[in-house]
Design a protein around this ligand. Structure first.
Ligand code: AGP
Length: 620
């Protein structure tokens, strides 16, 4: 996915565009560019590489104007290059635009446009949109429309969009109408910020922080027509819409580094607070249960639920696996977690008493969005556990639970995982207490949950030790992550963290499963990370650890304080506080997050912007 910004108003636009792109770089950072419109001329500065490269171009050759657009790219079609960077130009420069999404019929359209004489400069699907809009614009002029009228531009965009198949978030400038910005959405998020004689546009609210707190979320099939003084929203089928204004509750402090070297480290250390936030106002001591304001389902409907499907991708899927275990343990409701990319096409049998939960930090992951749309189409109550207020999935779900973790900017998800787990545990308590769980049992869980922010704070004390250990293992190129029961999802999550930010191969397995094949991988060059806190299955995991040691494999153990046996078995031990088994992922994941962070640093990787990745995958 990519990041889009736009502005029309009274400010010199370049600085807003560049700062906005810097704040959106977590959405994609292959290349970047801006376009500024003034007095019938549109200037473009674009380049492969980071936003800072474009900033350098603008510094060398400033562009002045008060209307502009910008884009930071995660390549889908066309290699990363200066030419393929956005913005793209339509025809002879009358139209300039940026795009987030994938146009599935772009080759057909490209051929048609080439037959009409259009010459393509790039291998992107986006350039097709630019030429198509320019073609439609000229057709409107042939019909007698005024080339300097915004209505002519709007009509051209509307006609062009009807020919596109796929997804788009667009920001469009017209050379002959310099103080106009048109934006359109189908499948890729766009937020409009409302200021005093100025309007802002961005893929999410992050670039708007510090400029305005009044926003309008564009919906699918809507076009917005922005000038300094006006905002008009037109739905493709339903016509003009009254903008629904929301207030965003973010502050500049949410998006700065706060003294940390990287967003990932900042967000790892935010977890005691974000875990607290995930419980705020939700633990009901009087009823010994949890409560949620946004489920939008009555108690009778909830009691009729006899199966839960959790769906998500990546880290969110791992949190879902913890959710599966805790919902079944507490609420005794058959639960399974499905990869969203599978669920959307697998069409499993599901009765209408099956409840679906989408788990997603960004609320924009294309596969997860498609999966819940498919479930909603079949009449299932579909809820979302999400971090971004007003995101597409949050708005399309029938209800849900927000994480309240604040913006997660590091591409590798950390605080979202622990907040998702906290929400899922509270959901399990809530569902259990409306079925069979006793008051005292509910009270015990509430008291255990209340202790978790401080427990996670204690777990963070391993930071220096983990940094030292990381140096010892930074050159290894294959790792096994092993755990059982609640620590199996944690092992998967630890392996994903290492893979995605240090590019080292790592596999997570149920510890006992490694005997069925993966143990063949074990040698002195393949460290195994055992997530092995105390619990009823601890002795079995110890056996698995010894099976690895017997084959010369180095072992790092994540173990409970007070475990006086593990040090004799593992090469390195990182201790975390001892907590109930269902809570162990919240503390054992901390050293795994830190381990991946420091190994990545040792290997010279870009922790916040790992190669090939983006924060939210809004394409298939
Ligand atoms: C996690 O570190 C990754 N960045 C990735 O797996 C992520 O969890 C996945 O893309 C799902 O994103 P979402 O939670 O925003 O839907």
């Amino acid at each position: 996915m990519c990041g889009i910004v736009g502005y029309v108003g009274h400010r010199q636009v370049s600085s807003f565009l560049l700062e906005g792109l810097r704040r959106l770089e977590y959405r994609g950072y292959d290349s970047a560019g801006i376009a500024v419109s003034r007095d019938g001329d549109i200037q473009i500065r674009k380049k492969s590489g980071r936003v800072s490269e474009v900033a350098r171009l603008v510094e060398q050759k400033p562009i002045h104007g008060t209307t502009g657009i910008g884009h930071t790219r995660w390549a889908t079609h066309g290699v990363t290059s200066d030419t393929n960077s956005h913005p793209h130009i339509g025809g002879n420069g009358q139209v300039v635009l940026v795009h987030n999404g994938v146009i599935e019929n772009y080759t057909t359209l490209k051929t048609h446009l080439q037959e009409l004489g259009y010459v393509f400069q790039t291998t992107t699907d986006t350039e097709v949109i630019a030429h198509l809009i320019e073609f439609c614009f000229n057709e409107q002029i042939k019909l007698g429309d005024d080339p300097t009228a915004p209505s002519t531009c709007v009509k051209a965009v509307e006609v062009a969009l009807t020919q596109l198949k796929g997804t788009y978030g667009l920001a469009i400038l017209f050379q002959d109408v310099p103080d106009l910005l048109i934006t359109a959405r189908l499948g890729s998020p766009l937020v409009i910020g409302i200021g005093d004689k100025e309007h802002f546009l961005a893929s999410d609210a992050t670039p708007l922080i510090g400029y305005t707190d009044e926003v309008v979320y564009l919906a699918d099939r809507e076009i917005a027509v922005l000038t300094a003084d006006s905002l008009e929203i037109i739905h493709r089928d339903d016509g003009r819409q009254t903008p629904a204004i929301h207030i965003i509750d973010k502050s500049p402090g949410d998006i700065d580094l706060g003294g940390f070297e990287h967003y990932m480290l900042k967000e790892i250390f935010e977890q005691p607070q974000t875990i607290e936030n995930a419980m705020r106002g939700r633990l009901d001591d009087d009823e010994a249960t949890a409560k949620f304001g946004g489920l939008n389902l009555d108690a009778q409907t909830l009691r009729r639920i006899d199966r839960i499907v959790l769906t998500g991708c990546g880290t969110s899927w791992h949190a879902g696996l913890v959710g599966e275990y805790v919902l079944e343990e507490f609420a005794r409701i058959p639960t399974e977690v499905e990869y969203a990319s599978e669920l959307r096409y697998r069409n499993p049998p599901m009765a209408n008493t099956t409840m679906i939960f989408a788990i997603t930090q960004s609320g924009e992951t294309a596969d997860t969005l498609a999966a819940i749309r498919e479930c909603k189409r079949k009449g299932h109550p579909t809820l979302a556990i999400c971090n971004v207020v007003g995101s597409t999935i949050a708005r399309e779900a029938d209800g849900g639970i927000y994480l309240h973790a604040g913006p997660e900017i590091g591409v590798a998800s950390t605080k979202a995982f622990t907040s998702q787990v906290m929400v899922l545990i509270q959901l399990a308590l809530f569902m259990a207490r409306m079925r069979h769980m006793s008051f005292p049992a509910g009270q015990r869980i509430i008291n255990q949950l209340k202790a978790m922010p401080s427990m996670v704070g204690k777990a963070l004390k391993c930071h220096e030790q983990v940094r030292d250990i990381s140096q010892k293992y930074a050159e290894f190129n294959n790792f096994l992550y092993l755990g059982r029961l609640y620590n199996f999802p944690t092992a998967l999550e630890g392996a994903l963290k290492l893979k995605e930010i240090s590019y080292v191969h790592a596999e997570g397995y149920p510890a006992a499963e490694m005997k069925h094949g993966p143990i063949a991988l074990v040698d002195e060059r393949t460290p195994s990370i055992f997530v092995i806190p105390q619990g009823h299955i601890y002795p079995k995991v110890i056996s698995n650890l010894e099976e690895i040691k017997a084959r010369g494999g180095p072992v790092i153990a994540i173990a409970c304080e007070g475990d006086d046996r593990i040090a004799d078995l593992a090469d390195d031990v990182i201790f975390v506080p001892s907590v109930e088994e269902y809570l162990q992922p919240l503390v054992t994941v901390i050293p795994l997050q830190l381990l991946s962070y420091h190994i990545a640093l040792c290997r010279g990787c870009n922790v916040d912007r790992p190669r090939n990745l983006a924060k939210s995958v809004t394409v298939e």
